[in-house]
Design a protein around this ligand. Sequence first.
Ligand code: FPP
Length: 241
Amino acid sequence: MEERIYVPSHVAIVMDGNGRWASKRYMPRIAGHKQGVDTLGRIVSACPSRGISVLTVFAFSSENWNRPVEEVSGLMDIVVLALSREVPKLQREGVRLRFVGARDNLSVRIRTGLEEAEFATVTNSVLTLNVCFNYGGRWDITSAAARLAAAGTPITEHSLSAAMAMGHCADPDLLIRTGNEKRLSNFLLWQAAYSELYFSELLWPDFDEQALDAALLEYATRERRFGKTSDQLVVPANLHA
Ligand code: FPP
């Protein structure tokens, strides 16, 4: 009998542990974030060959503004630098970049950088990389609901999902958090309702292709029931059409 491996088409990741990775090496926290960008590049490159078509990562949360000023400005610099360095590689690999999050309180420099990177990759279709930046799940739900209410549109599951910042793609099948913490931290609160959760003890800069494969193997063993019983499942729900 043919053996099938069930792969998630949409993987979301909380890239946690950059600061600890750097501290362990007596380096400034920002060095961990720099290493984290390299790890992200490797994981992005690994996705298409594993059948993943959407990757969503948490790069900067609405709450991260509360970090020390030098870490926040360091992270902003890293993003601008990473965009100029990584966009040509994303182009070669057919990756479409989308930034998900509030833009109104970002500096013109950052906002322009995000918009230019999105524009440059808009026709790519091998992988969609959603970078949640200045993002929070509660912000996403409340701002979508407020927009619908202002337009007089009835709020339903369907209308709200479509109005939210991730309305352009299906919900994540698998949500990975590295860094040995087990919480959502305001990431994709609405969209992760039925995601399979996977927690890795590795700090994000140490996460690699092998660690990704371990998460995918674990996912393949999960039975996604979406509220039903096992007996009701004709086709395993983690098999995508
Ligand atoms: C969490 O680790 C990580 C972050 C808050 C930032 C992650 C950002 C990147 C990897 C850069 C992404 C850049 C682009 C261009 C997409 P932490 O600092 O909370 O680590 P800790 O828990 O060890 O302190």
